[in-house]
Design a protein around this ligand. Structure first.
Ligand code: SF4
Length: 624
């Protein structure tokens, strides 16, 4: 199947066809579209649409994290109607964990600790700060994802600190990301019925968008399957989509199936149906076009439904989640700890690549063979749009991460950033394909407050995704302009740019910012153009390479597949990237013009440009 093209869907419900046309044309879905899908019985077609969108976003990857959930206390000042977890101080089932108790639950192999719990009436602010600080001190490789918007708002009121200050202090001691809980359903009607003591949509969004502005990415949830209507579910998604347009700080959306338990809201055995669960996941994928990930939260869905959900738009399985309590106290039927091997099996059985990740969704480990890395930017579309996968699986991964995975022999082949190729030349065989500029590129951009000479001694923020562009920037600064600056890595996703004098962005983000601007940075430099005007040579950003140790048949097959894919794509440059381009705000014409600005074959001039750059870089030899 053509990787970026849409598969044929035989719609039983013809009302879905205009929705599918919108998706294919990169148009936003409306409230009516969302509700139409919820009311439709054509589950398979909805799932296929969502799967197609998921494929375009994350290829064959399904993410999981080795994580531990900690609920430091079940004592809570609130009494939400749907909550079977919380209790009151002095009750026999009440518990409180000390920092030692928390540390004793953690092990060095986990990558994420997920902390949420009751709103304790007596704990001091210092206790929460110490909790995060001590975790980071004792387990430096464990990232802390902690505190829902409800808890942050509670800290803000109880300790009389502005929300921003609460978040800043937590960030300072090691908070990396925040969970999405407490959103429930953004409907005042439902809030008044079920959780009238809890924060409403306004406060939830205030906490999350403030976190994003401070460089703390967050998740978002939807609690469905109780008294909410389909309209309320869709409005919930649309409000999140709007906020994501503004900040870009949401990582994943997690539909949470309501567990009736003893809540009395619904009879105990009235779980959501698997049909409703799958439909909600698929519709989330379709409505939330700007969310990178959709999670199938197996603890509440059951393993079986979560596994099917991986072909209904979900690309995240959460993780090994030790000690989950809230869902289980309300009667969730999944086992308490789903072992890593089981997760891997579920993902493989769904025909996907199990990818162990960190809190920011950077891949750490891959558990399958025949993986081809894909730089997930518009400029790589010509290689993948007609790629026939056969035995291969496609993993979208940022250039710098791909180099790291390849150094651990986890990737068979891919479009490697030039620096990653240089570093691993002894193990990689160069193929005759690349991404090289003709003169300008528009997707490796320096957004600056100063001209080149004004950057002397200044700090430049560089995206964590880049491996080669940052080296090109160093060469330009030092050899072309004789300027010395310092560099600071920013993680991918949300960032507070205000502390930097210039910011280096690459890929789709750079393209979007080039068109719409990066507030506060008036000057914009295209690094490829700078290079071309200086050296009169193209610049090679990425090259195709494969593992030298791969069997000859595999190498031959990959070469043939790539050649065929590229030929078909080059004959259709005006259409292949249109949808991808629209998602980042480019018109089809702008996309075509952009793609035409690259050479995709590694010829004599490109090889000469590689040699010249290598020599200059060796002379600069600055480490970041
Ligand atoms: S849902 Fe959260 S805030 Fe509400 S009672 Fe339960 S623990 Fe407390």
């Amino acid at each position: 199947m053509n990787m970026n093209s849409v598969s044929d869907i035989s719609f039983r419900d013809k009302q879905l066809i205009p929705i599918w046309n919108k998706v294919q044309n990169g148009e936003r879905l409306s409230l009516v579209d969302g509700v139409t899908m919820f009311r439709s019985n054509d589950l398979i077609s909805i799932g296929k649409m969502a799967h197609e969108v998921q494929q375009q976003k994350s290829g064959d990857a399904v993410y999981f994290v080795l994580n531990q959930k900690i609920e430091p206390t079940n004592i809570c000042v609130l009494s939400c109607k749907f909550c079977d977890f919380a209790t009151k101080l002095g009750r026999p089932n009440a518990y409180e964990m000390t920092i030692e108790d928390i540390l004793s639950k953690l092990t060095p192999e986990i990558h994420e600790v997920h902390i949420t719990g009751g709103l304790h009436p007596d704990w001091e602010w210092k206790y929460y700060l110490d909790m995060v600080r001590e975790i980071k001190k004792n387990f430096p490789d464990v990232d802390v994802k902690a505190f829902t918007a409800v808890e942050i708002d509670f800290f803000h009121k109880k300790f009389k600190l502005p929300i921003e200050e609460v978040l800043l202090q937590l960030k300072d001691v090691g908070l990396r990301t925040m969970p999405g809980g407490g959103a429930e359903v953004f409907s005042e009607r439902v809030r008044k019925l079920l959780f009238n003591q809890k924060i409403g949509a306004k406060t939830w969004f205030e906490v999350h968008t403030t976190a994003h502005k401070l460089g703390i990415p967050t998740n978002a949830t939807l609690l469905y399957g109780h008294v909410e209507t389909y309209e309320e579910r869709v409005v919930h998604m649309m409000k999140l989509r709007e906020a994501q347009d503004e900040t870009g700080g949401f990582l994943t959306f997690i539909p949470l199936a309501f567990q009736p338990g003893d809540t009395t809201i619904k009879p105990k055995d009235e779980f959501t149906s698997a049909i409703d669960d799958l439909k909600t996941i698929a519709i989330s994928r379709l409505m939330l076009d700007n969310f990178p990930h959709i999670k199938a939260y197996w603890v509440m869905l059951t393993e079986e439904v979560a596994s099917i959900a991986l072909n209904f738009g979900a690309d995240d399985m959460d993780g090994t989640v030790g000690g989950e309590k809230i869902a289980h106290d309300a009667g969730a039927v999944s086992p308490m700890t789903l072992a890593k091997d089981q997760i891997i099996k579920i993902i493989r059985d769904a025909g996907k690549i199990p990818v162990e990740r960190d809190v920011y969704y950077n891949p750490i480990n891959i558990y399958t063979d025949n993986v081809i890395g894909k730089i997930p930017y518009l400029n790589s579309v010509p290689f993948y749009s007609h790629f026939e996968k056969r035995q291969f699986r496609i993993l979208p991964v940022a250039p710098r991460r791909m180099g790291k995975l390849s150094s651990k022999e986890l990737i068979d082949a891919g479009l490697f950033s030039l620096m990653s190729y240089f570093e691993q030349e002894t193990n990689l065989e160069l193929m005759n394909y690349c991404i090289a500029t003709r003169d300008q590129v528009k997707s490796v951009m320096l957004f600056s407050k100063e001209g080149w000479n004004g950057l002397e001694g200044k700090t430049i923020g560089i995206t964590d995704d880049t491996a080669t562009s940052v080296r090109l920037l160093q060469v330009l600064l030092k050899k072309k302009y004789g300027v010395k600056s310092t560099f600071e890595r920013m993680h991918s996703g949300v960032n507070d740019h205000s502390n930097f004098d210039a910011v280096l962005l690459i890929g789709d983000e750079a393209l979007r910012r080039n068109k719409y601007g990066l507030p506060g940075f008036e000057l914009v430099f295209d690094l490829a153009r700078e290079w071309y005007e200086w050296q009169k040579l193209p610049f090679v950003f990425a090259v195709w390479a494969l593992k030298k140790s791969s069997p000859v048949e595999k190498k031959t097959e990959l070469r043939q597949l790539l050649q065929s894919s590229l030929e078909k794509s080059e004959a259709a440059l005006e259409t292949i990237g249109a949808l991808h381009g629209m998602r980042i705000g480019l018109t089809p014409n702008e996309t075509k013009e952009y793609l035409e600005g690259f050479s995709y074959r590694l010829g004599e001039r490109e090889r000469e440009a590689m040699d010249v750059f290598r020599k200059l870089f060796d002379e600069v030899a600055v480490s970041v």
